[in-house]
Write a new protein. Structure first.
Length: 101
């Protein structure tokens, strides 16, 4: 997991070792665990997949692209702690599981 700020100064966590086929599985588990509501429709491009979600005032982007892999993005300051918790959730439930198989 890589923690950084993007060019818009949003806190991001990326997992460059996660393939696009895992986007739906991981996103569904995050949505269920954190009780997220969709903010917009799922967008799928040639090299990217993304959708924004919300809970209270926090807006989170759950994304995948060929450069960064799976990414959790805090779209506003209110979402930063939530994004960190989600990234830890992905690490514990999907990365650890994958490595032990």
């Amino acid at each position: 997991m890589n923690e950084q700020r993007d060019f818009s100064n949003r806190l991001t966590f990326d997992f460059d070792n996660i393939d696009a086929v895992m986007y739906k599985i991981i996103t569904q588990s995050i949505v269920k665990e954190f009780k997220l509501k969709p903010k917009n429709k799922l967008l799928i491009g040639l090299d990217e997949i993304f959708q924004d979600f919300k809970v209270e005032k926090a807006v989170i982007g759950l994304e995948w692209d060929v450069w960064s892999g799976y990414t959790v993005v805090a779209k506003n300051k209110e979402a930063e702690d939530l994004a960190r918790n989600m990234a830890n959730f992905v690490s514990l439930t999907h990365i650890t599981k994958t490595m032990s198989q």
